[in-house]
Design a protein around this ligand. Sequence first.
Ligand code: FAD
Length: 299
Amino acid sequence: MEIQHNTDISKLTTLRVKASAELFAAPSSVDELLELFQEIKANNWTWNILGAGSNTLLSSRPLKGILVSTNNLDFVNKIDDTHYEVGAGLRMPKFCALMSREALSGTEFMEGIPGSIGGGIVMNAGAHAAEISDILVAAKLLNLKTLELEDWSKEDLGLEYRRSKVNPQTHLIVSAAFELKPGNKDQIRALVQANNTARTTRQPIKSFTCGCTFKNPKVGYGAGQLIDELGIKGHKVGDFMISNLHGNFFENQGEGTSFEFCELMKFVQVKAKVDKGIELKPEVKPMGEFSEDEMEIWS
Ligand SMILES: Cc1cc2nc3c(=O)[nH]c(=O)nc-3n(C[C@H](O)[C@H](O)[C@H](O)COP(=O)(O)OP(=O)(O)OC[C@H]3O[C@@H](n4cnc5c(N)ncnc54)[C@H](O)[C@@H]3O)c2cc1C
């Protein structure tokens, strides 16, 4: 497996911020993954794990150590008629398309969430009143200290609203097992289509964004609605702009950097606090080096 040096990684996240990594690798099997982590340990490299990069803000400062992409761990194993084991790198919409073809229900909510299964578990991704924890049975994780594979139950994963107990500095999700329900192919496809339409009319899905930048402050009160009420849609910092279609999406209109993105996040947090007394917590996760001032956004 090739380890690339000084690689441009700007295209590896949906935000497309300018970024580069000292080292980069994308293992395509569990054996390759194990070999890679043996090498990482032997060389004492630091690491970061990236799935589809749809919930990650990469720093525009050079990323030290190695970036490990799960993109090529995208296998699908049928266990029985209603159970599948899938690799962490498989994209959620692709899993949804495969299950729809098999007339299996449960993944319809994944349509339009551009993340990987691994990232989906870390974030307990969800939409349309469903989330990954509804269909997840268990997952296989690589312990990055012992380099042993571990079986985690759904309870071990501790899935809550847009969070889990998985720490990418100690564990890498290799695969996950899901239980689906037999359904009607036409009805499943109709629901997938309806989910797709709902998204395309409400979100700037063709722009470079990380989806929702902030978590919703309360059940039933979205960060998008709050930002709308603050009257700051369209506000820009450098190449980043608060979307006019959905206030919780920040669009990269060109060569946006993490510095600009952080400044825009801070602007929104301060405005929400001053005008509404609400503390907005980020949904997007930072990766790489950020200043102390920038890290306050996540504190
Ligand atoms: C247009 C758009 C729409 C979106 N809509 C939704 C939505 O409706 N609902 C929703 O919940 N989210 C949504 N998102 C956000 C995002 O798609 C989800 O959070 C998704 O689960 C992130 O998966 P990923 O593979 O891209 O994760 P990444 O961004 O690659 O990683 C996220 C975190 O998980 C870690 N990680 C990734 N893979 C692994 C692994 N295998 N093992 C250990 N750690 C890992 C990373 O280190 C990082 O800390 C949207 C994003 C976009 C751009």
